[in-house]
Design a protein around this ligand. Structure first.
Ligand SMILES: [Zn+2]
Length: 178
């Protein structure tokens, strides 16, 4: 068994400061084979390769999950994706929820201190669920880089508008409220 430190794994324990002190800890059995488990020698916690990722407890190959996310980004509907991949609509919907939640988390953590050259703000009128519930999508895009710093969904109020602007200001070098 390999026991070397694996550079590709870092400790998912947020309170741990020994992120790179991870060793192989054996294997766990899953339906279609086995998965590696790891142990952090700093905090002694064990975890799997998919802990904290969208692949955790996934009953399908990872590439399938990736394809579903990619198709959605290209604008393909959930129903069409479900037909193409032979999945239920509910599974596609659940995977996309998960993917977007993690993408949001990634953006919140990594999207910091960028420059804004030209910020284009839009609010789009849309409907939720039953078509009677009108709502607004606030979207901001940095024109030169096509960076999409944030999105907010909700009623068109001064409070939401301010929250939206504040979020962009907090993550970028821009200071709209001196
Ligand atoms: Zn640790």
């Amino acid at each position: 068994m390999r026991r070397s430190s694996t550079a590709s794994q870092s400790c998912p324990n947020e309170a741990c400061d020994g992120k790179d002190r991870v060793v192989l800890h054996g294997f766990s059995k899953v339906k279609w084979g086995r998965r590696r488990r790891y142990r952090c020698t700093a905090c002694n916690k064990t975890f799997g390769a998919t802990t904290g990722t969208a692949y955790k407890r996934l009953q399908h190959p990872k590439v399938k999950f990736d394809r579903v996310a990619a198709m959605s980004v290209e604008g393909i509907s959930k129903s069409a994706i479900a037909r193409i991949e032979g999945l239920s609509w509910n599974t596609v919907s659940r995977w996309l929820e998960l993917a977007s939640a993690l993408a949001r988390k990634f953006n919140d953590a990594k999207l910091r201190g960028y420059d804004l050259e030209e910020l284009q703000l839009d609010e789009l009128n849309t409907f939720l669920g039953n078509r009677n519930q009108k709502t607004w999508v606030y979207a901001g895009i940095e024109v030169s880089s096509r960076l999409w710093p944030t999105t907010l969904v909700g009623p068109r109020t001064w409070r939401n508008t301010k929250t939206f602007i504040r979020r962009i200001a907090d993550s970028s070098e821009w200071a709209p409220f001196p």
